[in-house]
Design a protein around this ligand. Structure first.
Ligand SMILES: NC(=O)c1ccc[n+]([C@@H]2O[C@H](COP(=O)([O-])OP(=O)(O)OC[C@H]3O[C@@H](n4cnc5c(N)ncnc54)[C@H](OP(=O)(O)O)[C@@H]3O)[C@@H](O)[C@H]2O)c1
Length: 324
């Protein structure tokens, strides 16, 4: 089968090679999926570089999220061959989605409802589960509260704006440049701040009459994380999601105490199947009601390394989906 493989660590365009690879066999509890669409994200870049939390041995096929048709099942799997599914792949074992066929654990594989096109489904699972778990569970976001979403034009950020709105929050977002700021407004933010030239903390404080944001969703990290303490409300929750800026920064205990706030870590992957299934059901309801829609752009399978470079260069709005 045709597959992209990372042959050494480095930047995607340099280290990814398109070639033939043996079709992987599903192990116990796994399914094999004939891939129809695969989503791209920054963690794929981090895996190419060898800087991600999970590093399969070289060579490996990245790609965390796919849509396709189940064409083989391992022992203990009770799902029919031929099912149309969305899944988080077995990328940790190197059998990711940038290939004609990918493996996925059955625990992270879901049938796709009729009426959800492949391209929507491919951009749905990880961003919206992350956003929902972060805001509803970890952030305890309440109706009427102010939510600040950093990286609002990105993959998880674009999902967080919509989930925040659906949960009844007033959403403020940050992004870089006019096109990305407009995307945040289109997604449902009532105010979007261009962090390329504006001080977001000052603007958030002004917009909330000095109270600050009750919940801050931060997939960016670095200086954005540190600056967020300047505009967090009393009893606010600063959700640490990721580090698209390239680095985590530590919170100063003094800042946490004097703002009477919490820094809350979020790792969606740590929840058990029952909880994730319930979350998925909630999200499908919001999708069916038209309250959430993945923001995405489509590319061809051959263009995956170029599109990963565009992610690094902050040229992508929403999620990128490679269509096979
Ligand atoms: N905790 C979890 O469960 C979980 C789940 C999924 C993802 N994540 C993490 O969340 C982070 C974001 O993932 P994503 O898929 O949403 O990425 P993405 O689509 O590339 O979005 C990242 C956003 O960060 C902003 N950004 C700021 N500095 C940047 C830089 N130096 N390089 C690139 N982007 C920068 C960009 O916005 P502007 O250019 O508009 O400023 C961009 O829209 C990653 O670290 C990922 O690992 C965590």
């Amino acid at each position: 089968m045709k597959a992209w493989q990372v042959i050494e660590h480095g930047e995607p365009k340099k280290v990814m090679e398109l070639g033939e690879k043996a079709v992987p066999e599903p192990g116990p509890g796994e399914v094999r999926i004939l891939v129809k669409a695969a989503a791209l994200a920054l963690p794929d870049v981090f895996m190419c570089r060898g800087t991600y939390a999970f590093n399969p041995g070289i060579p490996f096929t990245p790609g965390q999220e796919v849509v396709g048709i189940v064409n083989a099942t391992g022992a203990g799997v009770d799902l029919a061959v031929g099912s149309r599914v969305i899944a988080t792949t077995s990328f940790i074992q190197g059998n990711g989605g940038f290939a004609e066929q990918a493996l996925a654990p059955i625990s992270a594989t879901y049938p796709i409802p009729d009426g959800m096109p492949d391209e929507d489904a491919a951009a749905f699972l990880i961003p919206f589960q992350t956003a929902y778990i972060a805001l509803a569970r970890r952030g305890q976001l309440l109706r009427g509260e102010t939510l600040l979403v950093h990286g609002g034009a990105g993959g998880v950020g674009s999902a967080a704006i919509q989930v925040g709105r659906a949960l009844g929050a007033k959403v403020i977002a940050t992004a870089t440049g006019p096109e990305r700021v407009k995307a945040c407004l289109d997604l449902g933010a009532s105010l979007a701040i261009d962090i390329g030239g504006e001080d977001f903390a000052e603007i958030v404080n002004k917009a909330t009459e000095g109270r600050g944001a009750n919940v801050i969703f931060d997939p960016v990290g670095g200086d954005v994380f540190i600056r967020s303490f300047k505009c967090i409300a009393n009893e606010g929750r600063l959700l640490a999601i990721g580090y698209s800026s390239g680095s985590w920064k530590n919170a100063a205990t003094g800042a946490v105490v004097f703002k009477n706030c919490s820094v809350v870590g979020v790792l969606a992957a740590l929840y058990d199947k029952e909880f994730l299934d319930r979350t998925h059901e909630e999200l499908l309801k919001l999708y069916a009601e038209g309250k959430i829609r993945p923001r995405k752009q489509e590319i061809s399978f051959d263009d995956i390394p170029d599109a990963l470079t565009d992610l690094v260069d902050r040229k992508v709005i929403g999620r990128v989906v490679a269509v096979l």
